[in-house]
Design a protein around this ligand. Structure first.
Ligand SMILES: [Zn+2]
Length: 302
């Protein structure tokens, strides 16, 4: 299958580990936000309204100070807790919740795993199966089985046979575009192509419908109302960003927030973020976006 995945190589990095100071600063700030939410009682107020949360993972393994690479034992403890609490919901249940269904667990959590790396199959899948936790994998169609892209990435991508196996063993598959480029930087036709081409290829290879999409990167510069509308037109029922927040009934299904689970944080932090302790991180997302806007305006003015 021909593709121009080499274009995407520039956007990939071989390692996502960060320096010690940045690692500690991020952990401290996430901890402070979660603790402040918990101690102020705002979680109780927040959870009075029925809502779900989608949580995001990327890779699984033991890489020091890599927020994108979750320790398998820690992932297992997290999935065990979700199962014990009866909080895990499927993509189908989330769709039903958005359409007004009442029988979806209040405060339910949808597990999402981005990028389609091999550790999804080797590390995450057995744990999901063990605890009966449903999940959705957002896969970059043009990178599946792509050896060249795998060499440049932090971890090899799944091949088609492996991805078919993951789907057959119960993980829902969504699209993470074709090339893993920022859709916010593309014109309308290219956005349509990323949505449509990836969906058609995934559906053809997996022999099952693909109705869900997660934006590559997913910051506020990577999508807008127009990209959401175009993805809706190309057949997606739900579209996820990487902005923090919870999903309320009546939310725009083409711009759904998620909550990022980071490596290096314990079960207490995980419980807090599943209960809304990091919903307020949306303010940090917003501030970063505002700073980026300021920077690009300055550059434009030069
Ligand atoms: Zn991604």
């Amino acid at each position: 299958m021909p593709f121009e995945a080499t274009d995407a190589l520039a956007t990939l990095v071989a390692t996502t580990a960060v320096g010690r100071r940045r690692w500690l600063a991020k952990k401290a700030s996430r901890g402070v936000v979660a603790l402040a939410c918990w101690s102020s009682g705002s979680l109780r107020v927040r959870n009075r309204v029925r809502r779900l949360r989608a949580i995001t993972y990327h890779r699984f393994g033991d890489v020091p100070r890599d927020p994108f690479c979750m320790l398998p034992a820690r992932f297992e403890a997290q999935m065990h807790w979700l199962a014990q609490e009866g909080l895990a919901v499927s993509l189908e249940q989330l769709d039903q919740f958005l359409q007004g269904a009442d029988d979806v667990p209040d405060g339910g959590v949808l597990v999402t795993i981005d990028d389609g790396h091999r550790s999804l199959r080797t590390h995450a899948l057995p744990v999901l199966e063990r605890y009966g936790v449903p999940a959705v994998a957002f896969v970059t169609a043009g990178l599946v089985g792509n050896r060249e892209a795998s060499r440049a990435a932090a971890e090899p991508y799944l091949g088609w046979e492996e991805l078919v196996e993951v789907a057959q063993r119960g993980v829902a598959i969504g699209s993470h575009s074709f090339h893993h480029r920022s859709l916010g930087a593309l014109d309308a036709e290219a956005v349509r192509g990323e949505g449509q081409r990836s969906r058609e290829l995934l559906e053809e290879r997996l022999q099952r419908p693909v109705h869900s999409f997660a934006y590559p990167f997913g910051t506020r510069t990577d999508y807008d109302a127009t990209t959401g509308r175009i993805l809706g037109e190309t057949g997606y029922r739900s579209v996820f960003t990487s902005q923090h927040g919870s999903i309320r009934r009546g939310a725009n299904p083409l711009e759904l927030p998620r909550v990022k689970v980071e490596a290096g944080e314990g079960l207490t932090m995980f419980r807090l973020l599943c209960r809304g302790g990091l919903d307020a991180w949306a303010l940090v997302d917003g501030a970063l976006w505002w700073l980026q806007q300021g920077r690009s305006e300055t550059l434009a003015g030069d």
